[in-house]
Ligand binder design. Sequence first.
Ligand SMILES: NC(=O)c1ccc[n+]([C@@H]2O[C@H](COP(=O)([O-])OP(=O)(O)OC[C@H]3O[C@@H](n4cnc5c(N)ncnc54)[C@H](O)[C@@H]3O)[C@@H](O)[C@H]2O)c1
Length: 418
Amino acid sequence: MKEKMKIAVVGCGRFSPFFVPLFKADPIVEEVYVCDKRRERAEKFAKDFDVKIIDTYEEILESKEINAVAVFTQRFTHGEMVIRALKAGKHVYSSVPCAVKVEEIKEIARLVEETRLTYSMGETGFYRAPACFLRKEFEKGTFGRFTYAEAQYNHDIRNMEQSFRSSGGEDWKKFAGIPPFFYPSHSTSMILSAMPGVYAKRVVALGFKGSERTDIYGTDGQNDYDNPFSNETMLLELSNGGIARVSENRCVGWVAPETYITQFYGDSAGYEFSVARHSLSRWNPEDDHKILMKDVTDQIQPKSVYDLITNDYNDAIQQIATGVGWYDAAPVQPTDRIPKEYAGIHNGHNGTHHFLIDDFCRAYETGKLSPTNIWAVARYNIPGLIAHESALAGGIPMEIPDLGNPPEDWEVLSWDKR
Ligand SMILES: NC(=O)c1ccc[n+]([C@@H]2O[C@H](COP(=O)([O-])OP(=O)(O)OC[C@H]3O[C@@H](n4cnc5c(N)ncnc54)[C@H](O)[C@@H]3O)[C@@H](O)[C@H]2O)c1
């Protein structure tokens, strides 16, 4: 029988409290430790969740007892921390992004292949309801040949300030000015995960320099990245010949929905989303010059939101903009595969957290690959890193390195069945 997991959650900031109870509840996990450079944060977690504290990351890596780590530190730290963990023989759950350097992503893939340790990145975009819907319909052949899609992640800096400030202190702007495309995976994953095996080959990108937040975005030392862009947009040429437009916006008059696909077209069908409603159109098999349009909102919105929309649309979209539905899964998401032990534990990002921890724990237990394994997530992350270079160069087309599919002898877990 597989040895039980003893996992250390590193980073007791704003996001990891959603995940410690899930690790604790999973039957394969025997012990959960927490660790933060700020001792008081780890102490609060130890009290709130009844878990042990381990003082430093170095102690975790040296520990003979702890066999897995969950990295919830700031976004620019993941690559180096994950590489160190894999070298120390630990299984790794990483919050997004994978890393902010292509070389680090390549090294993670190399180490995972060499060690056969579990690596899973917690990509919420992979399990958001529209991504699940499109994956299912694409697999059925509904769309025919893919042609074009658009996705974006809108998160205005004013709503990130509290988060950046809480760990960054007075220097928070240096870190907050990180290029939007260093965090591209919420939007790229929604399109690419609908078409398994498809990846981006080439990119052209532009950045928006006109934001009023010249205190954060600019090249006069405002941030650690010499990044002038608050918003970035890329056009991707995909390996199946299709085209995708992806935007990451950090200065935008919009709050929610935050990560979404607005259009996804094949030559046989089209999907569109606007604010709260989802639609699917298909050529009519009885008259191939006419289209059949269907509202599919009831499958893609959580019931809590769907009921609001059908009652009072204006009120509903105001409530969505203030967070209604954030915790809840929708009918199209495969919630019946979630372990019964997770029932009642708080969820988030459109009910995606449960899937992500279940995937990591199943991958560990079975030795199979998580759906969001390193080869999958390299394809979500690397296009953004190259796109930022393209944008800095004024929109020059650039080739995107691809790390390929997972090794052929390494099975990937099903995302919609246990
Ligand atoms: N939808 C999503 O997938 C999503 C949403 C929110 C956050 N995130 C990711 O989750 C991560 C955490 O975000 P957050 O908002 O909780 O950040 P945060 O700044 O609130 O917390 C990070 C914590 O890590 C600690 N830390 C940093 N380096 C450490 C080290 N070497 N050893 C021990 N502790 C260390 C810091 O002291 C801090 O308390 C980020 O990488 C972010 O990208 C993902």
